[in-house]
Design a protein around this ligand. Structure first.
Ligand SMILES: [Zn+2]
Length: 150
């Protein structure tokens, strides 16, 4: 980063501060030639993933929606916020690592189900009942029979 005053190529960092989101850093710099002070910002830039819904509508990926559907599924199951956030982060990281331009809401649902199955069966079945639009008790029993098989 060249000094904006004298164009010298080197500066030293006096102070670095990460903002509350953890996604950007502000650095106070001093030019090693003229001693001028200036500030630089560093930001994480992720490729934005688009979620394609069942209806065909497209929305930008929003992890708060994953958080919400998981917290509904785990209600009163003694699964705390930390755990939910851990799951959300894990799912988000997996989606990011695939580096797809688009992902279907169905694929996201499958990822959530896979994680819930591992953590709590009741939450897993609850989530599935919403996600797969169960209409009757038979839908539940059929699903559970299949789920227990694998
Ligand atoms: Zn300078």
């Amino acid at each position: 980063m060249h000094c904006p005053f004298c164009n010298f190529a080197d500066s030293s960092v006096k102070d670095s501060r990460t903002d509350s989101s953890g996604l950007s850093v502000r650095r106070r710099r001093v030019c090693l030639s003229c001693g001028a002070k200036f500030t630089t910002f560093e930001k994480v830039r992720l490729r934005k993933c688009i979620v394609v819904k069942r209806s065909g509508n497209r929305r930008e990926f929003d992890k708060s929606k994953i958080y919400r559907s998981i917290s509904i599924a785990v209600r009163k199951r003694n699964i705390f916020d930390d755990k939910i956030n851990e799951l959300v982060d894990k799912i988000e990281a997996e989606i990011e690592s695939k580096n797809l331009g688009e992902i279907s809401s169905k694929q996201i649902g499958e990822l959530i189900m896979r994680e819930l199955k591992f953590i709590d069966e009741v939450s897993y079945v609850r989530f599935a009942s919403v996600y797969k639009h169960f209409n009757s008790a038979k839908d539940f029993t059929d699903f559970i029979k299949n789920a227990l098989r694998d």
